[in-house]
Design a protein around this ligand. Structure first.
Ligand SMILES: C[S@@+](CC[C@H](N)C(=O)[O-])C[C@H]1O[C@@H](n2cnc3c(N)ncnc32)[C@H](O)[C@@H]1O
Length: 213
């Protein structure tokens, strides 16, 4: 449950869902079993729609995990378009590489191994789509670093801005206190960012969408 919709609404959408892809289903089950956070399926479908509408040539993803969202993005890119994705966990990189190979997407997805703070400043190209999905305490710094690499007219897509509903809740479990504080601060600066047309959409765990103007 995302915590954004009520249980009946969540169940209704779940029952309507028509996901024929076996690899995607397998990855969702694997991530749930191993407690590896990946994009909510509704957000992933929305992400695919935005990719189809915006038709980016170069995409940057910060936070690969097992490459669930990487694969969903790359499958909707046009010929010759590509995705660069950054991941610091060696275990996740191994899993991601395996899934990317099985998805036959080695030629369109490049994994950058290491800390995004160090990798992003070294990237020499500009991107027309950036997906930020890293540790929540890193969001502010990674947002500003990656914004330098976003082309004019480019789109930035950020996950977890409603953070299981906690950002809007008076009671927050102890283990979510710090991350909730970071996301609340981040949402303020994101929605007041000059040069970016922004909104937060109640899809999945809350999607921040920004267009560089
Ligand atoms: C929420 S998961 C990404 C999920 C993935 N985007 C998906 O939907 O399938 C976040 C991942 O980002 C990685 N990560 C977090 N902060 C990072 C950083 N500063 N640099 C590189 N990787 C980072 C974590 O190791 C984790 O695997």
């Amino acid at each position: 449950m995302s915590g954004i919709l009520n249980s009946a609404q969540e169940m209704y959408l779940h029952e309507l869902r028509n996901e024929p892809d076996k690899l995607i289903k397998e990855m969702e089950l694997f991530a749930a079993e191993k407690k590896i956070p990946i994009l909510d399926w509704k957000s992933a479908e929305f992400l695919e729609q935005i990719i189809l509408i915006h038709r980016p040539k170069k995409v940057l993803e910060i936070g690969t995990a097992i490459a669930y969202s990487s694969i969903r993005i790359a499958r909707h890119l046009r010929l010759k378009a590509s995705l660069d994705t950054i991941e610091k966990s060696k275990d996740n990189i191994k899993l991601a590489a395996g899934y990317i190979q099985r998805a036959k997407l080695i030629s369109s997805i490049k994994i950058f191994e290491g800390e995004a703070f160090e990798i992003i400043p070294k990237l020499k190209i500009k991107y027309d789509f950036i997906f930020l999905d890293a540790d929540k305490q890193d969001y502010e710094k990674l947002f500003y670093l990656s914004l330098n690499l976003l082309k004019k007219g480019g789109v930035i897509f950020i996950d977890n801005l409603l953070w299981h509903g906690y950002v809007a809740s008076k009671t927050v479990p102890d283990e979510y206190q710090i991350s909730t504080k970071f996301i609340r601060q981040f949402n303020q600066l994101f929605l007041n960012q000059t040069g970016l047309k922004t909104t937060i959409l109640p899809i999945g765990d809350g999607i921040g969408l920004g267009v560089k103007i």
